[in-house]
Design a protein around this ligand. Sequence first.
Ligand code: GLN
Length: 230
Amino acid sequence: MCRHLGWLGRPRSLAELMLDPPQGLLVQSYAPRRQQHGLLNADGWGAGFFDGQVPRRWRSAAPLWGDGSFASVAPALSSHCVVAAVRSATVGMPIEASATAPFTDGGWLLSHNGVVNRDVLKGAEGAESVCDSAVLAAALFARGVESLGEVIAEIGAADPAARLNILAANGSRMLATTWGDTLSMLHGADGVVLASEPYDDDPRWVDIPDRHLVEAHDGEVRVTALGAAR
Ligand code: GLN
C-alpha cells in the first residue's frame, strides 16, 4: 500500500524530506523496502505543508519519479510541518489527484496507508473522491481528528479486514496510527519524522508496534496502545 511521511520541527524543504534521502519517498515510489501490499507506488503523489497556519497541497495522479517540475521547485518549498505520500491505488479505486493524500479539512492534512470498507464509514458526505482513503478522511474530519485513536479502533472493529495507518498534522501537532502496516519514527533535536519506512540508515529510527497511536507536540512524543473499541 502507499507510503507516507510526516515532519514536525524546524523548517525543512520538501526536497530534503521527500527527494534527497537515499530511501525517501521518491525511492519508495519504485523500490520500497518494507511494503507488504503492492510493489510500486506509481499511482500518484501528494505533498502537503503548512504555510503558517494554512495547509497547502500539491498532488498528482502521475508517478513522483517522473515529475521534473516538482523536483525543480521542491528545494524552494520549506515548512515546519509536512504530510506527504506516494500512492499505490487499491484495486477498483480511481486514479486521480483528488484520491491522493494528503486530504484536508482546512485545518489538518491527513494521509491513509491501507484499505477500508466504505460501508462502515459514517458522516463522510464531503469526501473529495470515492476512493476509500478520501471517504475515510472525510469521516475522520467529521468525527474530529483529535479523537483519532478512538475512532480508528472503532472502525477497525467494524471492518476487521481494514488496514488503518493514518498520519495527520495541523501545524503544531502530528498524530499517527499503526493498524496493519509499518511505521517508523526518527526523533531528533530539531524535530520528529514519522514515515511508513525509514528514509535512511540512521540508527535512531524506531519501529512503532502495530495498533498504536503516536502523538507529537512541542518536541515531545507519546506512543500509546490502541484499545479495542468500547
Ligand atoms: N486504499 C487507498 C487507495 O486506493 C490507499 C492505498 C494504499 O495505502 N496503497 O488509494
